[in-house]
Ligand binder design. Sequence first.
Ligand SMILES: [Ca+2]
Ligand SMILES: [Ca+2]
Length: 102
Amino acid sequence: MCTVAERGVEVWLGARDLKRDGQFTWNNSATYLDYTDWGPKEPNGYYHEDCLATHLYRDGKLHWNDRACAARNFFVCEKSVATAGCGEKLLNGYNTFINKDC
Ligand SMILES: [Ca+2]
Ligand SMILES: [Ca+2]
């Protein structure tokens, strides 16, 4: 079940901008994001918020937020589509699971 995100809990998504502030790359491939879903006025953390997480905004939906990497969050794991059993297709052809089958 993916109910963690549905309740609005912050979840790490696996990207950061440690090398160049404001230029986020995926942790597993070092490629720049080819899709974004930033919340209003995000990313806003500059040098103090370097990791990508979800956040529940006033529209009632989860969008992206840059957040301090030392913050404690839930996390997602990804599996290739060929071996995936459920989940939401979110990133680069992979199904993303929230704390399930990790
Ligand atoms: Ca930053
Ligand atoms: Ca932020």
